[in-house]
Design a protein around this ligand. Structure first.
Ligand code: MRU
Length: 365
């Protein structure tokens, strides 16, 4: 998508041909800067520290991390070591394991001298595939927005989203945002309520930033506001992203997604989840018991970082000294609360039968 009129992606190969560029998302929204990854360790650090984040982008970054590892040492041992190190960075988004499996499948049986070039090719393909998938998600989701717009006689469609499942969370376009960008670009009146998404504020810092840069009307709301808006008919639909969808259609996403699904269900607001097929984990069924939920550091809850009036970036403590905090990063929304899954193959029901019918090759594997 565009940043200051310039087409920008979240990850790219640098012109030196031996390093990877990323947008450092920990600096947004107040600074837009890139970081150069030169080693496997740089890539693992970028994922762990959330310089790159969002399920599809984590997968793409891990793929490039394997390439960086192969540039330095293309041995079997280093391939396995790199894959294990990257896999250990974050536990919940299945795209990470998916991308690493893809890289291992492309490299394991290759002679060493060919591995670096093959790794670069496969990593690039994974990124391109992500963009193509997201565009298809956009086309299918656009029809949903268009149908609501026509029911409202062209009045603006209000979409609520949680966290950041925008282009910053992918290589480009985003998942939840792809239908929104397409609708906006085609001239439909669309407005987004962006949940701020404590504790890391991906909605306030990232979703609001990218929507603003693209000119999409939006309003940042505190996390507790969505239910109130839905009770008053101010939300036409919810579209969120996901880090892992189970074979039976349960959806794991950023903490707080479940509460929005409950509120949407109670108020008859359609609740959609946008996802690329690599986010489906057919090896698990029950999202509540089978998906590892990342628990992150206390400082993310105990502090907030922002810009002071004189332009300095400062972090302040918002809880009393010594108060314990809990920081569960994700929750699970059961399939029964989901109106539909917006995939690259169309909008499918959140059910075992529908998912297996839409992605038979993945379900069988
Ligand atoms: O902890 P994060 O910022 O990586 O969490 C991101 C999310 O929960 C997104 O909604 C999800 O990865 C889908 S991204 C298209």
């Amino acid at each position: 998508m565009k940043v200051d009129g310039k087409d920008t992606r979240t990850i790219w190969v640098e012109s030196d041909g031996k390093s990877v560029g990323i947008i450092d998302q920990t600096l947004l929204p107040h600074r837009f800067a890139s970081v150069r990854l030169k080693t496997l360790e740089d890539a693992a650090h970028a994922i762990k520290s959330m310089q790159v984040r969002g399920a599809p982008l984590i997968g793409a970054a891990a793929a490039y991390g394997v390439w960086l590892a192969m540039l330095h040492d293309a041995s079997d041992e280093n391939l396995e070591r790199a894959s294990a190190a990257l896999l250990a960075t974050r536990p919940t988004a299945i795209n990470l394991a998916w991308a690493l499996d893809e890289m291992l499948a492309a490299l394991r049986n290759r002679p060493r001298p060919e591995r670096a070039a093959a790794a670069l090719r496969r990593a690039y393909e994974i990124g391109e595939q992500d963009i193509a998938i997201n565009l298809e998600i956009g086309r299918h989701g656009f029809k949903l927005i268009e149908a609501i717009a026509s029911k409202k006689n062209g009045a603006r469609v209000n979409v609520l989203t949680h966290c950041n499942a925008g282009w910053l969370a992918t290589v480009d376009w985003g998942t939840a945002t792809a239908p929104i960008y397409l609708a906006h670009d085609k001239g439909l009146a669309v407005h987004v309520f962006a949940d701020e998404t404590r504790p890391r504020n991906q909605g306030a810092s990232l979703t609001a930033w990218e929507l603003g840069r693209h000119g999409v009307p939006h309003t940042v709301i505190p996390d507790n506001t969505g239910g109130h808006l839905m009770q008053h008919g101010l939300v036409d639909m919810v579209i969120v992203g996901t880090d892992r969808v189970t074979a039976q259609g349960d959806v794991c996403n950023k903490i707080g997604t479940y509460l929005k699904a409950l509120a949407a269900h109670d108020n008859g607001v359609p609740f959609y989840v946008a996802l690329p097929s690599p986010t489906i984990d057919f090896s698990v069924s029950d999202g509540l018991t089978e998906i590892p939920i990342e628990q992150r550091g206390a400082e993310e809850v105990a502090t907030m970082t922002g810009k002071t009036k004189d332009g300095r970036i400062e972090t302040v403590q918002v809880v009393p000294d010594g108060s314990p905090v809990a920081n569960y990063a994700f929750d699970v929304t059961p399939a029964r609360l989901i109106t539909g899954l917006i995939t690259e193959r169309g909008v499918v029901a959140a059910s075992r039968v529908a998912l297996a019918a839409a992605f038979p090759e993945r379900a069988r594997a």
